[in-house]
Design a protein. Structure first.
Length: 130
């Protein structure tokens, strides 16, 4: 069974810990790393490209949109899943322009998140959900 390789990027330690624990329980998902800031995310993604980057771009060290654009441009095979507490229409439009696969709110269930991760590699076209 091929595992989906996920890089988790969120500046909140509690969120990272909870998400990591949930993802590590799944036999078909491999958590290849965790990052807490946008610069670290860029470096790790470029050095060990994940299948999926699960990211909250509202990092404490800055918005991280510039680094996210670099990841999208330099790692076209990596699917991006944005998981955030806040997203407005302008951000949704920008994410769509960047080719972001999914934009999800942090209120979703962990089961729903796992289902999104499992289905992202099979998507034939870019989709948006909130």
């Amino acid at each position: 069974m091929k595992k989906v390789r996920v890089l988790l990027a969120d500046s909140h330690p509690q969120v990272r810990t909870q998400l990591a624990a949930r993802l590590q329980r799944e036999p078909d998902i491999e958590l290849i790393g965790q990052t807490s800031n946008s610069g670290q995310t860029l470096r790790l993604a470029l050095s060990n490209p994940p299948d999926i980057l699960l990211i909250d771009p509202m990092m404490r060290d800055g918005f991280g949109l510039a680094n996210l654009r670099q990841i999208v441009a330099r790692l076209p095979a990596t699917a991006i899943v944005v998981l955030t507490a806040y997203v407005d229409t302008a951000l949704k439009i920008e994410f769509t322009r960047m080719g972001i696969v999914h934009v999800l709110t942090k209120g979703l269930t962990s089961e729903s998140l796992v289902n999104v991760i499992r289905n992202v590699p099979d998507l034939a076209s870019v989709s948006m959900s909130v």
